[in-house]
Design a protein around this ligand. Structure first.
Ligand code: TRP
Length: 339
């Protein structure tokens, strides 16, 4: 259904409260900074998808709420203003479950089976020896639940990275199938990838990821940041200060580029020319990183010091999200012939 042209485009963004919930600086630079820019331009909803966490962590369900609070604190500390963009937890807006159920009826199993992330998760769980019983109906339905998250807000776009391309594609396919079967209700959500989004390598040079143990967290103390950076890998053939570095493949140099966009080139030239040692580069990076992260760190501590207020912000976010969700559900129920 076409929105009036002067209506602001709607964006749904989401992250899973994995592990302890804490987000890393890859999430910060690769996603949150972009969301913060978008909250003024778009009608944006920032979801914390706790039911998705349950697809693999059903034995730890009791830890998921705390992880949600940590994610919420990271969203807010990064600069999401909950007055502009509702911040809410998926399980507090039950319409996600209703739409998921309805969409599950029209989603062919074959579509879900061929999703690469499902195959990967299945392989990981089998490898861990968790056996067939850990591969649930819900895990297989993960992309369908994600489609429900997005379509529930009739979002025009979703700010996600390349790793989510398959999930977004199936969301579009489900939207098309619904519209064909029952009439035009859903816009087809586009992926919104900002050109300014930074790619942040992990401390071992691989993609920064919680599961690789190579991440710097938004919540890390100045000391933890120092420890991690001082222990990071640099150019393996640069043993002495005078050896030439290869900044393009050095994590310390890459992080410097992200956090010192104005000044990094000089340090790269010196690195290449063998005019600076890795320890100097690391020390400087520690200072640059800590200067950038300190205000965020303080803000998230402040936010987490008042849990009751944080829970109020989430409850208010859920109320506002629910209003939009309820409007969509009225259209959906009526299109399908339910009262
Ligand atoms: N699958 C997403 C991820 O792993 C998380 C997610 C679930 C999501 N629902 C969403 C992201 C809706 C954006 C919109 O990152």
């Amino acid at each position: 259904m076409a929105e009036t042209s002067n209506a602001r485009k709607r964006i749904l963004s989401g992250m899973q409260p994995t592990g302890t919930g804490a987000l890393h600086i890859g999430n910060l630079e690769g996603a949150l900074r972009n969301w913060v820019r978008m909250q003024d331009e778009y009608e944006m909803y920032c979801c914390i998808v706790d039911w998705h966490a349950l697809t693999t962590r059903y034995t730890e369900s009791g830890e998921i709420w705390e992880a949600c609070l940590q994610v919420a604190a990271d969203y807010l500390a990064a600069g999401i203003d909950p007055k502009k963009a509702p911040v809410f937890v998926q399980s507090q807006v039950k319409e996600h479950a209703e739409l998921h159920l309805l969409l599950s009826m029209i989603t062919p199993l074959g579509w879900l089976e061929r999703i690469p992330s499902f195959k990967e998760k299945r392989d990981i769980m089998v490898e861990k020896g968790e056996g067939d019983e850990s591969i649930s109906y819900g895990l297989m339905g993960y992309p369908c639940l994600q489609a429900a998250d997005i379509l529930l807000y009739r979002a025009h776009a979703v700010p996600v990275g390349k790793d989510q391309a398959a999930h977004l594609e199936i969301s579009r396919e489900i939207a098309r199938r619904f519209n064909r079967l029952y009439g035009d209700v859903f816009p087809e959500p586009q992926s919104h990838i900002s050109e300014t989004t930074a790619v942040v390598p992990g401390l071992d040079g691989r993609k920064m990821s919680k599961s690789y143990g190579n991440a710097i967290y938004m919540a890390d103390s100045a000391d933890e940041v120092k420890q991690k950076v001082m222990n990071a890998f640099t150019t393996p053939t640069k043993l002495r200060k005078s050896d030439p570095g290869i900044p393009e493949s050095c994590v310390v140099c890459q992080l410097r580029r992200v956090y010192d966009p104005e000044g990094y080139l000089t340090s790269w030239d010196e690195d290449r020319a063998g005019e600076r040692g890795c320890v100097q580069s690391k020390r400087e990076l520690v200072d640059i990183l800590n200067a950038a992260l300190e205000p965020i760190r303080l803000k998230r501590q402040e936010i987490l010091a008042d849990r009751a207020e944080l829970e109020r912000i989430l409850a208010d976010g859920a109320d506002r999200a629910r209003e939009t969700a309820e409007n969509t559900m009225r259209l959906v129920r009526s299109a399908m012939g339910f009262k």
